[in-house]
Design a protein around this ligand. Structure first.
Ligand SMILES: Cc1ncc(COP(=O)(O)O)c(C=O)c1O
Length: 460
């Protein structure tokens, strides 16, 4: 009899899965793990300066944790669109914070907005317009679903140009187009003003463009009075997605929601069918846990305010420190915990050092002696040779920093700098590493030039 070990089964994977690439965040994880176990230098023991992971560092709000504990006995399946207490809380949350009047029956709860965006792309016919740079999650989904898509590169201000949007949409044959509008924006940290959203809406109305407005970072807007939801400006054509992951530091809970446009009755039925087919409903205890996170309370208000203030302090520090380095530019974040750094001024030196793509740049920065993890431009749907990178300024102990901020709120700019130096030393040292890297690059290029000049003198 053949032993079970000598019998090897060959599994055949569907072509459409073979065709998609590993999502960039997983690639990055694997790369960092491999780098870590392979690095022979003792300095590698401490890990790395982590500017790569887009995760809020704060503890999950107490009320959510307690509600989860209280509801562990809820073993029954929930209704497909979500439990009514949660949909009702999300409806009031939208009214209170974003000024959008949505009845609970326009709200669908799903296991994270990533999944909900995928579900929307599944039901919506049409060509997808993806402004770039973009969050690394959209493109693999679009490719997996074999949808037609077009990139919409942004200009120097890194925001969608309504004129470019119109030009592109006029060229597309599909009667429906889908614009992915991420606001506030990952990776730039930029925020669209009301007038900018209105100009985009004019084009969308004229050319029948449906919008998926990914507003997962809405609550992180530093000056919250400036945040305007696309659901308010273009209510008949926008699907707004949001959830617990960033504002409530609970990405691992896997809970998001989508607000459907007004008058989308037929579409809601189609959507429900998809959710029922794919995952039935989000875990019932998690849905109960999320309820206090969306209810209006002083506790949540305080949590949002403190966390967004800390993101702002870290963001200002990172922006100022990076742009103080010769040749480095960056977007000035108004929300989120990211900015887009632009190292393109160093392109000649990078090329000379055989660093010919943004991926190569991230790989060079992660290894000894820099130990610094960034997300390179090619993972942000930029050209491979665009030496830009996303810098996430969250490498600190969120529970400790939250406590320290509550004990003593830094007010002046020097207090804020002190706050970062004392509480986020890895952010400070990581930026120093980036500076060291570019200093060395510059020096090597100058040295090489001198050697060339010397050898020319000798041969002459
Ligand atoms: C712009 C953007 N959209 C969506 C998501 C996914 O959020 P969720 O955890 O709700 O799936 C992320 C997470 O990094 C993100 O940055």
């Amino acid at each position: 009899m053949k032993s079970i070990h000598s019998f090897s089964l060959r599994f055949v994977v569907d072509q459409q899965v073979e065709d998609i690439e590993m999502p960039e965040n997983l690639k990055l994880n694997t790369f960092l793990q491999e780098f870590h176990s392979d690095c022979p230098h003792p300095e590698c023991g401490f890990g790395f300066y982590g500017f790569a992971f887009g995760q809020s560092p704060f503890p999950v709000p107490k009320m959510i944790q307690e509600a989860l504990i209280k509801n562990v006995d809820k073993g029954a399946y929930a209704a497909v669109p979500g439990i009514s207490e949660l949909r009702s809380a999300i409806s009031k949350y939208n009214k209170h914070y974003f000024g959008i009047d949505v009845s609970p029956d326009r709200i669908y709860v799903g296991p994270g907005t990533k999944e909900l965006i995928f579900n929307l792309l599944e039901i919506l016919h049409g060509t997808v317009i993806l402004p770039t740079p973009a969050w690394l999650g959209y493109l693999p989904q679009i490719r997996f679903l074999k949808k037609n898509y077009h990139m919409l590169p942004t200009r120097a201000n890194r925001k969608i140009s309504p004129r470019d949007l119109k030009k592109l949409a006029l060229r597309l044959q599909d009667r429906q187009k889908i614009l992915i509008l991420n606001n506030p924006h990952n990776p730039t940290g930029l925020l669209y003003a009301k007038t900018e959203l209105e100009e985009i809406t004019d084009v969308c109305r004229e050319l029948n463009i449906t919008v998926i407005a990914d507003e997962i970072y809405a609550q992180t807007t530093y000056d919250f009075t400036k945040f305007v939801s696309m659901g308010k400006i273009y209510p008949e054509g926008t699907f707004v997605t949001n959830g617990l992951s960033k504002s409530h530091a609970a990405g691992g809970y896997r809970l998001g929601y989508v607000v459907f446009p007004q008058h989308a009755v037929d579409l809601k039925l189609q959507f429900k069918k998809i959710l029922a087919t794919e995952y039935t409903a989000v875990s019932t205890p998690i849905q109960h846990a999320a309820v206090p996170g969306f209810e209006i309370s002083d506790e949540m208000d305080e949590y949002f305010e403190i966390t967004r203030n800390i993101h702002k302090i870290m963001g200002e520090y990172t922006y100022n420190a990076l742009t103080a380095i010769d040749g480095i530019k960056a977007t000035k974040p108004e929300a989120t915990f990211y900015l887009l750094a632009d190292f393109n001024a160093y392109a000649p030196e990078l090329q000379k050092a055989k660093i010919t793509s943004s991926q190569k740049l991230s790989e060079t920065l992660i290894v000894h002696p820099y130990h610094t993890a960034i997300v390179g431009g090619d993972s942000l749907v930029l050209e491979r040779t665009d030496f830009s990178a996303r810098i996430a300024y969250v490498d600190y102990d969120g529970a400790k920093v939250y406590r320290k901020y509550k004990e003593h709120k830094p007010r002046t700019s020097s207090e804020k700098i002190e706050f970062v130096r004392n509480n986020a030393p890895k952010v400070v040292s990581g930026i120093q590493m980036i500076e060291n890297f570019f200093e060395k690059l510059k020096k090597d290029a100058v040295d090489e030039l001198m050697i060339m000049k010397e050898s020319l003198k000798i041969t002459n």
